[in-house]
Design a protein around this ligand. Sequence first.
Ligand code: PLP
Length: 351
Amino acid sequence: MKNLTINLATELKQKPTDESALTFGNIFTDHMFLMEYNPQDGWHNAQIKPLEDFQLSPACMVLHYAQTIFEGMKAYSGGKLFRPWDNMARFQKSAARMCIPAFDEKFVLDCLYELIKVEKDWIPKSVGTSLYIRPTIIATDPFLGVRPSNTYYMYIILCPVGAYYKAGFNPIKINVEPEYVRAVRGGVGHVKAGGNYAASILASSNATAKGCAQVMWLDAIEKKYVEEVGSMNIFFKINGELYTPPLRGSVLPGITRDSVIQMATKDGYKVHEEPIAIEDVYKASIDGSLEEIFGTGTAAVISPVGELVWGDKTIKVNDGKLGEFTKKMFDDLAGIQYGTAKDEFGWSIQL
Ligand SMILES: *Cc1c(COP(=O)(O)O)cnc(C)c1O
């Protein structure tokens, strides 16, 4: 490929032999993609090379002011990607919001395809496993003033990851966060900016301490409307119809979210993208119209919710059992991603 240099490692690492022991984000493949930016050359020096540490100044801007963005996507059995062009488009939007120079999306996508081809033997094969893909950009000027950096690294690293639902597809318990908020309209919640996740850790720890697996975030202004769960979008099935919070600047526009909206609509469901008050979710659970709740995101695909802890109230969802619609969405989506079901939407690409 034009303008991409490929340097292969002379020694390869031992690949994990027991795929059932794979977890998330701790094993990295042999190679990485790296591209540099400076004002004279723009984005340049694109390369696939052996994975290695960076040498950075302790004054490096990203380390102080978090001018950094990332993406999260997966390669599935045998080298299939799911809507990767949509991840690239979102990466570009995140860059624009964080004053990071624009890049050629098509070129970076082609570089990603090359990287996956180089590392195809790292894609695990068992059900539910995948090769997680992490594109990232960091600001690299050694400078302590607050302004956009002049130099950047864009890189992509890969990790083989285990099946998310090793212990079964079991509904989780979630804490509705009473005090802290994730994002506010006008801020950066709608993009994958590193600082968002640092800011969310305290609420996650509090949820864990209460025996909950995730945080449910409410809106930052009235603390009344549901926004997301952890790093997932959220759906409610009430009276046979679907509800999910609208994209108004504080909710991350998930690709899984969009896929569920399109699949459910095609299946004949009415999907409402409108504000949902936590109070109304509680009422729906009391009057019996609340049927199912699930989160959506690349990591878990679909995450069934069995119980919400809201202050001193507990909201049980479908008696804590996995709902039929949640199960169907999971099967349909995973079917397209792993190539076991027909891809009517043209979402999957085989490399
Ligand atoms: C990445 C992310 C999601 C899910 O997006 P997908 O494209 O479906 O993986 C949802 N919420 C937050 C906060 C995220 O960072």
